[in-house]
Ligand binder design. Structure first.
Ligand SMILES: Cc1cc2nc3c(=O)[nH]c(=O)nc-3n(C[C@H](O)[C@H](O)[C@H](O)COP(=O)(O)OP(=O)(O)OC[C@H]3O[C@@H](n4cnc5c(N)ncnc54)[C@H](O)[C@@H]3O)c2cc1C
Length: 414
């Protein structure tokens, strides 16, 4: 089968959160993308019946974008949070943002929301099935190559698509990036993350907590519970550990792991009563050396993977989507599509920001796992300093909520 005669405006390879959001933003701007995704359509009942081991901390900017494309209201469950608390086990530094709240918070009081990746992917997929005319799942892309003014996309079933623009949104191990020969900087942290859902004896009070242990940061992130009677007691943990500790902890049985967490977290929410199976993943930062080349752009994890410490990975991917759609649609209204300069503007507006975020997370990752006295002292001092300066705290929050990055786009919040 060949679709060789038709030249498509845009093909997005990867229909996860970032690729899906891009397709929906473009559709809203009057451009229908072809979306190719390797994954199958999710089964709603099966997806919602289980708790994910991890959650995504969505910033206000990401929530705003998801609302714009009508995905937010279709989420089956999510958990708003109203405060953050970060402190050192090995010192006295502590920093607090926002406030504690026993009752389910009103949306306007929230700093952001925690959503399970599969719940978010389900809502994105359902919206794409309704709004994207050419959304193909379980597709295997075999090869992509540059033709004369177009990219040729060879699918496993023999189909060949021609397009003026390829958007690579195919995640950390991007095939598009590889096929376009775009080099990658990789920083292996020699650490792994362990995630699972836990139920604690005391409620989380809608606070996201992070404690810096000698081995690395341990985060307790409020998550929606499956059972209404347990509202407020479930959290997802992300525990960043050196590789050998991660192997050892991941191999513990439930009882041993509950005891370890209760002890290591200093009973911060009392005893850990339940744990789900643990997921373990290696931690590596990756940064593509370029985000664009002729007729091609990388977005989301295909362009950058940062340390999960700040919970910003998907948020900066959604900002990529917003900025890319903004520059494409802006030039489209002037009769230009996917011009080299359009794509350069996208790279210029996103790459520096993302690289800076990646480097600061890598530095914090190191700062927080070392026991060198001057470093322990300065990180405590740093946390205390920020805690005492409301202007510094406001600046931190402004950076974290992402809204300033949308300011010069059509998606700005007024
Ligand atoms: C432990 C952990 C905790 C995290 N916590 C947070 C957090 O709190 N907040 C946050 O913002 N981020 C967090 N992140 C990062 C976040 O998960 C990612 O940044 C996000 O999922 C990236 O989205 P994406 O759409 O770019 O890629 P993905 O979600 O990986 O989607 C890629 C899509 O491409 C498809 N695909 C792949 N290859 C092909 C191919 N060859 N052909 C067609 N389709 C293909 C896949 O099926 C998939 O649908 C965390 C990450 C980890 C590991």
């Amino acid at each position: 089968m060949s679709e060789q005669n038709q030249v498509l405006d845009v093909v997005i390879i990867g229909g996860g959160l970032v690729g899906g959001l891009t397709a929906l933003l473009l559709a809203q701007g009057g451009v229908q993308a072809t979306v190719l995704d390797a994954a199958p359509v999710l089964d709603q009942d099966k997806t919602l019946a289980v708790m994910n081991p991890r959650v995504l901390a969505l910033s206000q900017a990401t929530i705003h974008l998801l609302k714009k494309v009508g995905v937010w209201e279709n989420l089956a469950r999510q958990q708003h949070y109203t405060g953050m608390q970060v402190w050192n086990k090995n010192g006295y530094g502590e920093i607090n943002f926002g406030h504690h709240s026993e009752q389910p918070p009103k949306v306007e009081q929230a700093l952001g929301a925690m959503v399970e990746p599969s719940v978010l992917n389900l809502a994105i997929q359902q919206k794409m099935l309704a709004e994207i005319q050419d959304y193909r799942t379980q597709v295997r892309v075999q090869r992509i190559e540059r033709g004369v003014d177009v990219w040729l996309i060879h699918l496993a079933d023999g189909t060949v698509l021609q397009t003026k623009l390829v958007i690579g949104a195919d995640g950390a191990n991007s095939f598009v990036r590889e096929q376009a020969f775009i080099d990658l900087d990789v920083l292996d942290y020699k650490q792994a993350g362990i995630s699972c859902a836990i139920k604690t004896a005391q409620p989380h009070g809608h606070i996201a907590r992070q404690i810096f242990l000698e081995t690395g940061p341990l985060a307790y992130l409020p998550m929606a519970s499956l059972n209404e009677n347990e509202y407020g007691y479930w959290q997802s943990i992300v525990w960043t550990l050196p590789d050998d500790y991660a192997d050892e902890y991941a191999a513990l049985n439930d009882q041993e792991f509950k005891q370890l967490l209760t002890r290591e977290s200093h009973h911060m929410l009392g005893e850990v009563l339940e744990v789900t199976p643990r997921a373990k993943f290696p931690l590596k930062a990756r940064a593509a050396k370029r985000y664009v080349q002729e007729g091609l752009a990388l977005i989301g994890d295909a362009a950058h993977v940062i340390h999960p410490l700040a919970g910003q990975g998907v948020n900066i991917g959604c900002l990529d989507a917003a900025v890319l759609c903004d520059v494409l649609l802006h030039d489209r209204s002037r009769g230009v599509w996917a011009h080299e300069q359009t794509l350069q503007r996208y790279e210029h507006r996103r790459k520096g920001q993302n690289d800076a975020m990646m480097h600061s997370m890598s530095a914090i990752g190191w700062l927080e796992t070392t026991n060198l006295f001057p470093v322990v002292w300065s990180r405590n001092f740093g946390l205390k300093l920020v805690e005492q300066q409301s202007m510094l705290k406001d600046a931190f929050m402004a950076q974290a909520n992402g809204l300033s990055q949308l300011k010069h786009t059509r998606y700005a919040v007024h």
